[in-house]
Design a protein around this ligand. Structure first.
Ligand code: TK8
Length: 337
């Protein structure tokens, strides 16, 4: 997988961020030590993006703002890190939008299957008015959304059999993120879905408590899911964004200059991370095949049957999550085609 190039960023062992000094935060850059936690491993594009963010911030502040990086859920899983931001125990995280949907329901529109065909389509919608409309819902929950990064197109692995047609989902015990749209989609497909934090997935598959899971190829490779999963079905059933979050208690202490530096760094590192993730997505599929996974495609006819089967779920959540926002999302995608 990706090797860290150029910008250091091992797991620092600092235990807590120095509180911002009480002096004037309206201007200038204060000495700060801040924690950025992610769930994926240090060889994943997300970690490279985190190291890029660290490099930019420490360079632009001449080291006055020091970013300590924590990989592999060492600060907790997505929901736990998001909660830690609210309380000011952690300053920054990059996590999937899906596990935030129970709190910010509008994030759920990005869990609709088959909305985007390419990463570029996702970028245009996320970086445009629809993505911004969802970010605007975050401050009232205690978060500031600085940028969208890429988790990517999700594919299904399991230990039972290939999934090549609609009927193959029947009865499969699939882990999903803690997200009602994902749960309802897999129930509608006839599977037996279980919500679970990412950090528990490998063990649950190893013990056969679940049959399978779904994630982008780089995550499947980086977390060695091929060691406990036989079948990889190229479903590309949904695109998951990452969201770069700052905790509002931390953010409100920053000067405008510090805010601008962090905001720009999150966006710039996100562009690098998206590109790298797309490159790694191709490499990881080849590596997973070489590692012995039995890989199958899903025909366009079967994909159409799957899409048809889950339409009632899309209709239900379009109403629940905001018909105007959903309509605007689909219209923006159509404009790109
Ligand atoms: C990592 C998670 C993960 C996500 C999941 O922090 O939970 O399956 O796709 O990669 O955000």
């Amino acid at each position: 997988l990706v090797t860290a190039v150029g910008c250091g960023g091992g797991q620092d062992d600092k235990t807590s961020a120095q509180p911002a000094s009480g002096n004037d935060t309206a201007s200038g850059i204060q000495d700060r030590k801040i924690k950025l936690g992610i769930g994926l491993n240090e060889d994943h594009p997300e970690a490279f993006g985190a190291r890029k963010f660290k490099e930019i911030v420490e360079e632009k502040t001449a080291g006055k703002i020091k970013v300590d990086l924590f990989y592999s859920n060492t600060l907790g899983d997505d929901q736990k890190m998001a909660e830690a931001l609210k309380g000011g125990l952690q300053e920054l995280t990059v996590i999937s939008t899906s596990p935030l949907a129970p709190t910010v329901k509008e994030f759920g529109i990005f869990d609709f299957p088959f909305v985007f065909n390419t990463g570029e389509e996702a970028d245009a919608v996320l970086d445009g008015p629809v993505g911004q409309a969802v970010l605007d819902k975050l401050p009232e929950q205690g978060w500031i959304g600085l940028a969208y990064w890429e988790n990517g197109f999700r594919n299904l692995t399991n230990s039972k059999h290939p999934v090549a047609k609609l009927e193959d989902f029947e009865g499969l015990k699939i882990r999903t993120m803690q997200n009602q749209v994902h749960l309802d989609v897999f129930k509608q497909l006839g599977a037996n879905p279980t919500p679970m934090a990412f950090s528990e997935v490998f063990t649950a598959m190893e013990s056969k408590a679940i049959d399978g899971q779904e994630n982008p190829f780089p995550t499947i490779e980086s977390n060695k899911f091929n060691e406990v999963q036989t079948y990889l079905s190229v479903t590309n059933h949904v695109y998951t964004p990452f969201i770069f979050l700052a905790g509002k208690p931390f953010w409100d202490k920053l000067s405008d200059e510090e805010k601008q530096i962090l905001q720009d760094a999150a966006k710039e590192a996100g562009k690098v991370e998206r590109q790298l993730n797309r490159e790694q997505n191709v490499k990881s599929l080849e590596n997973l095949k070489a590692a012995g996974m039995q890989v199958n495609e899903v025909s366009p006819e079967e994909k159409a049957r799957i899409q048809e089967a889950i339409k009632p779920v899309i209709d239900k959540y379009s109403k629940e999550l905001g018909e105007d926002l959903v309509k605007q999302m689909f219209e923006e995608v159509e404009k790109l085609r």
